[in-house]
Design a protein around this ligand. Sequence first.
Ligand code: UDP
Ligand code: G50
Length: 480
Amino acid sequence: VAAVPSSGEQVRGAPAPHLVFVPSAGMGHIQPFCRFITALANMGVEISVVTALPTVTEAEADHSAGLFAAFPAIRRIDFNLLPLDDATVAETDPFFLRWEALRRSAHLLGPLIAGAAPRASAIVTDVTLASHVIPVAKNELQIPCHILFISCTTMLSFLAYFPAYLDSANADHLVGDVDVPGIGRVPVDYPPQLLRDPDSLFTKQFIDNGREIARADGLLVNTFDALEPEVLAALRGGKVVPGFPPVYAVGLLNLMSTTTAARGDKVVEPVHGASPIIGWLGEQPARSVVYVAFGSRIAAALEQIREIGAGLEASGCRFLWVVKTTVVDRQDTAELGDVVGNGFLGRVQGRGLVTKEWVDQEAVLRHPAVGLFISHSGWNSVTESATHGVPILAWPMLGDQRLIATVVRSGGFGLWMEHWTWEKEESIVTGAEIAEKVKEVMGDEAISARVAEVREEAIKAVAPGGSTHRSIQQFLSTLN
Ligand code: UDP
Ligand code: G50
């Protein structure tokens, strides 16, 4: 991939800008931050990263340690979080709790960043922290603040419009379909369902962040112009929120960092040769393997896990299945054989590989043996799949995943099984239905052709002169 601009390209003649990154928690947030930082570091930008330790999960710790090891010039600014009070600790989601702890400690960032040398040109933070970090940057430090948005532009538009929706509906939570100007009607069950609960921590953060992003200096979105053209145009044209800040489409970020390369390209081959999973994939025919994984964030119900197993077995296809039974990887002590059920592993031996370990998902999706991805449609997963030309069978669980599934569907590079849910016991998706759908999509040439096209468009976007390349140059040109 001729994706990465040559070192120092945008800083010729002027001192390099110094960006201070303030990332949030969860692999879906950390991963794109590391990728964007890698891309900018390769372009000669000076970078500091505010780091709160310990991380929620081991995967996050490994990932951020990997970044500092690969780029010794990137400075780490240690961030000691204030403890949360008891009332807040009633919330059980470990990631939402961490977001809250980061938000409530954000006022400590002022002195930390003021002391950075050279002087910080701007802050780049995560959307989950926006309403607390933007005021620190703009009021206290008087430097610009940008948001690196880790989900799709459809989600960004929804977030940006949500406060206006609440005002117009005279409500303090999601009460019905939402007509997002310039985008269209969003059915009530598509946005994060927690927004139906006015008392949830998530809802409070979401509303505050939605209001505050209008004051950001720019939104850097992990997408590219040809992937979500209409939504980007509506947002940029001020149709969603009048006077909205500039929106820079800077993705897809997995193509922007030099530690990854698209399938089929010879430029960079990461060192995963020793991995038994990649070894096994190497023995399978091209496009024959179904990759099944539902992200880093959620555990599925046991009964549904068993049906997925039955479906994969009945499909007759080869498969690689990542089974996750806990929310936080440090706590996963379940025996794999017990989880997937009696005799399953023996019956599928050779044809299917099942693991509960963290896998290098990009390396899997890049592998020519993989022909389909059954995914919870987290935005990182969807964009990784698209860049490697792997069709997606979207099975969203929660949060932003349904809105992301609409992007998969309208983009034509996968299918969304809209009636496949995870919520109720009566809605368990049967193995028979899963097997049927897998066989159908594995043979669907229209989807394969479309995903190959999206991949080409993505590669074009990040190449010199492409839309992403230009967006990043534009963003950097605003810094001094
Ligand atoms: N991931 C991975 N190995 C795993 C699980 C996840 O490498 O076993 C990576 C995946 O490639 C993606 C990120 O973790 O980059 C998960 O982000 P996504 O937005 O897809 O979903 P989330 O986990 O936030 O729900
Ligand atoms: C993680 C998650 C649920 C969820 C989202 C996650 C998003 C992303 C956008 O990233 O929707 C977003 C989240 C929080 C916020 C503003 C925007 O305050 O587990 O829905």
